[in-house]
Ligand binder design. Structure first.
Ligand code: FES
Ligand code: FE2
Length: 393
């Protein structure tokens, strides 16, 4: 995202605010509500979206230096990620080659070797089996054949990607699809991990994704919270193959319009919220606080349950401000959680309930809900289903 692209986005937002227009899908689209409830579809999605494709796991600052690790079970496949002694990012299936226990419990830290808590086999940070406990009693096994199973992984522009199944190396162009310059612009590696929280909800995982894809609801559902900071119905939208980017106008844009006639000097990050969708399950929001990453997964094998893992990577300048003012990271995480859990997801639990009742067969995505139209046709395309048509209205 270069300077001229940011200027183009700001110009479009100002036009939308002045003219009462917004990014327009060109028509409406109807989605069968069974997409939120079908167990067979969920089984297909588990393979298509959570086992056999690269997933954006987090940012490089999760593994801040050589010989650090991050063990994460969120995808459904326990994954051990490390930055090895040479600083290289690598990922392994977190499964002991002896009897299949988790080698490393969930969490992050610094270690050179990992000892399995079941019978104490020990692995190196390069995945090699270093020692078999009481090997003289156990019997001779070949260490070379019993290293941790390595998974395809990549680190691009401050982001960490892993595919939970073995196979070909990851393809940068396929995963980032033209968003490389945006990632470079945001300097993600400079944003330290500020906190993480888990939000479980009785909603399909795709409803969770939907909730970040439109601001049509902002002045209604969030009138006393997010709507005080962000304008509803002024947004841009750009598709990057399966991914997309939306930009919303922060109300501080009014101050700039009054006080700073030269638009190219406006502080872009302080007057916008830039929201990305990274296929298949990640929403990334950039604003003055830094970057919030929402990784959304099906939960417990149920089409009616999902888990959102929210991680906040703080802007280094805001971090200094927080520290100088004695402000708490926890307070900001709690405020964020209250909006998502008590407003968005509480409303979507009602949608899920109605989807399960089957009284109504479809929902309608409006012209101003273009991102939702995009998400669902991407999901349908990737599971080999018929695409939904845009109806010109
Ligand atoms: S299962 Fe890990 S040492 Fe036995
Ligand atoms: Fe919302």
């Amino acid at each position: 995202m270069d300077h001229s692209e940011r200027q183009g986005i700001l110009k479009a937002l100002v036009e939308h605010l002045d003219n009462g227009t917004t990014a327009d899908a060109g028509g409406i689209m109807r989605l069968p509500m069974s997409d939120y409830t079908c167990p067979q579809l969920l089984a297909q999605e588990q393979d298509a979206f959570f086992r056999n494709v690269p997933l954006l796991m987090g940012f490089s600052s999760q593994l801040p230096k050589p010989n650090t690790y991050w063990s994460d079970n969120a995808t459904g496949t326990p994954i051990l990620m490390v930055r090895d002694g040479e600083g290289r990012f690598r990922a392994y299936a977190n499964v002991c080659r002896h009897r299949g226990s988790l080698v490393v419990p969930e969490g992050r830290g610094s270690k050179l070797r990992f000892t399995c808590p079941f019978h104490a086999w020990t692995y190196g940070i390069d995945g090699s089996l270093l020692a078999v406990n009481k090997s003289c009693h156990f019997g001779n096994v070949s260490s070379a054949e019993l290293s941790l199973i390595e998974l395809p992984s990549a680190e691009w522009y401050g982001t960490l990607w892993v595919r939970p199944s073995q196979g070909d190396p990851l393809d940068e162009d396929e995963c980032l699809a033209g968003l490389q310059n945006d990632l470079v612009h945001w300097k993600l590696s400079d944003h330290p991990h500020a906190g993480q929280q888990i939000i479980d909800a009785r909603i399909n995982w795709k409803l969770g994704i939907d909730s970040y894809g439109e601001i049509y609801h902002l002045n209604i559902l969030h009138r006393d919270t997010a709507a005080k900071e962000v304008y509803a119905n002024a947004q841009t939208l750009d598709r990057f193959e399966r991914n997309l980017r939306m930009v919303f106008a922060n109300r501080k844009i009014d101050l700039m319009r009054l006080s700073m006639p030269i638009q190219s000097r406006w502080p872009y990050k302080h007057i916008t919220s830039t929201v990305y969708f990274f296929f298949p399950n990640v929403i990334m929001m950039v604003d003055a606080f830094g970057v919030d990453l929402m990784r959304i997964f099906p939960l417990g094998g149920s089409p009616s349950k999902s888990r959102t893992i929210h991680t906040w990577y703080i802007d280094p300048r805001i971090r200094k401000h927080f520290e100088a003012q004695g402000m708490s990271y926890e307070d900001r995480l709690t405020r964020f959680r209250e909006v998502v859990e008590e407003q968005d997801y509480a409303m979507l639990e009602e949608v899920q309930l109605n989807a399960e009742c089957g009284t109504q067969s479809e929902v309608v995505f409006g012209r101003n809900e273009a991102a939702l139209q995009h998400f669902h046709n991407v999901y349908r395309s990737e599971t080999g289903r018929e695409l939904l048509q845009v109806e010109d209205v």
